[in-house]
Design a protein around this ligand. Structure first.
Ligand SMILES: NC(=O)c1ccc[n+]([C@@H]2O[C@H](COP(=O)([O-])OP(=O)(O)OC[C@H]3O[C@@H](n4cnc5c(N)ncnc54)[C@H](O)[C@@H]3O)[C@@H](O)[C@H]2O)c1
Length: 271
C-alpha cells in the first residue's frame, strides 16, 4: 500500500546505479541519485568499486524507506560486472534502469597525462558503458524496454579553464556512446540519454579544488566556482539526481539520444 502523496513515478522499477558511492564524506551524485530514485519508488542496486561506499548508499536508500542491494564491482571489469548483474537479478529478477555514473579523471594536458592514466580513465569512463550496455540491453529488450542514463560533464563539450584532457575526451565519448546506443536500441524500447552536469558541489570537487589551491584558500576557490555560474552557485548533487530520475522515468518516454544540461546556465554563458 502506497502512502498518500507518495511519489510513485518509478514504482516497480529496478535501478542499477554504477558508481553509487562517494569519494569522501558527503553527498555525491551517485549517492544522491540512489536516494532520489528510491524516493520515486525504484528499488536500487548500489554498485561501487568500494564495497563500503556501495553499502553506505544502500543504507541511505533504506533510511529513505526504499529497498537496496549493495554490490562491489569495478565498472571496467566485465567479469565483475557480470557477477554484479547476476546478483541484482537473483535479488530483484529484472533491471529497468542503468545510471552509468562512475567517473574518474586526472588533471593534465597531452604532455602531462601518462598513457597508463589515459587508458584507465577511458576504461572506467567509456569502456564501462560498452560492458554494462552489452550486459543489460539484452535483458531490457527481453523485458520490453528500459532506460540508460549516462553521466557526462560540461568538460565533455567545453574547455573548463584548465587541462583535463583525458577526462574531457572521455566525457565527450560518453555523450556520443549514448547517442549511438539510443539509435540502435530505440525500436527495442530502450531509451539512452545523457545528463551533463556543470559545476556540482560534491566531496570529490572539494577535494580536487583543495589539491589545486592552497587549503587556506579553499573557501575562496569554491566561491570563485560559484561566481562563474550565471545562477551564482554550484549545483547540488540532488539537482543532477532529479534530472537522472526524470530521464529514467516514463515521463521521458519520448526522449532518447539526447542530453540534459544541468549547469545553472554555465555552458550558455559565452556560447
Ligand atoms: N562533481 C561534479 O562537479 C561533476 C561535474 C560533472 C560531471 N560529474 C560526473 O558525475 C559523476 C559522479 O561525480 P561525483 O563528483 O559525484 O563523484 P565521486 O567521485 O564522489 O563518486 C564516484 C563514485 O564512483 C566510484 N567509482 C570510481 N571508479 C569506479 C569504478 N571503476 N568502478 C565502480 N565504481 C567506481 C567511486 O568509488 C565513487 O564512489 C562522475 O562520472 C563525474 O565525472 C561530476
Amino acid at each position: 500500500m502506497t502512502a498518500a502523496g507518495a511519489d510513485t513515478r518509478l514504482a516497480g522499477k529496478i535501478a542499477l546505479v554504477a558508481g553509487a558511492g562517494t569519494s569522501a564524506a558527503g553527498w555525491s551524485i551517485g549517492r544522491a541519485s540512489c536516494v532520489t530514485l528510491a524516493r520515486r519508488g525504484a528499488a536500487v542496486v548500489a554498485l561501487d568499486a568500494h564495497l563500503a561506499a556501495a553499502e553506505d548508499a544502500a543504507h541511505e536508500v533504506e533510511l529513505a524507506g526504499g529497498s537496496a542491494l549493495a554490490v562491489q564491482a569495478d565498472v571496467a571489469d566485465p567479469d565483475a560486472m557480470q557477477a554484479a548483474v547476476d546478483a541484482a537479478l537473483r535479488r530483484y529478477g529484472r533491471i529497468d534502469i542503468l545510471q552509468a555514473n562512475a567517473g574518474i579523471g586526472k588533471v593534465g594536458g597531452p604532455e602531462e597525462i601518462s598513457l597508463q592514466d589515459w587508458d584507465r580513465i577511458q576504461q572506467v569512463n567509456v569502456t564501462s558503458l560498452l560492458i554494462a550496455t552489452r550486459l543489460l540491453a539484452p535483458l531490457m529488450r527481453a523485458q520490453g524496454g528500459g532506460a540508460i542514463v549516462t553521466v557526462s560533464s560540461i568538460a565533455g563539450i567545453r574547455y573548463t579553464g584548465y587541462p583535463h584532457l583525458a577526462y574531457s575526451v572521455s566525457k565527450a565519448a560518453v555523450i556520443h556512446f549514448a547517442r549511438m546506443a539510443a539509435q540502435q536500441y530505440a525500436a527495442d524500447g530502450i531509451r539512452v540519454n545523457t545528463v551533463i552536469p556543470g559545476l556540482i558541489d560534491t566531496p570529490r570537487v572539494a577535494q580536487n579544488v583543495a589539491r589545486m589551491f592552497d587549503p587556506d584558500d579553499l573557501q575562496a576557490a569554491m566561491a570563485a566556482r560559484d561566481r562563474q555560474v550565471p545562477m551564482g552557485r554550484m549545483g547540488t548533487p540532488w539537482e543532477v539526481a532529479n534530472a537522472v530520475a526524470f530521464l529514467a522515468s516514463d515521463e521521458a518516454s519520448y526522449i532518447t539520444g539526447t542530453e540534459l544540461l544541468v549547469d545553472g546556465g554555465l555552458t550558455g554563458k559565452y556560447a
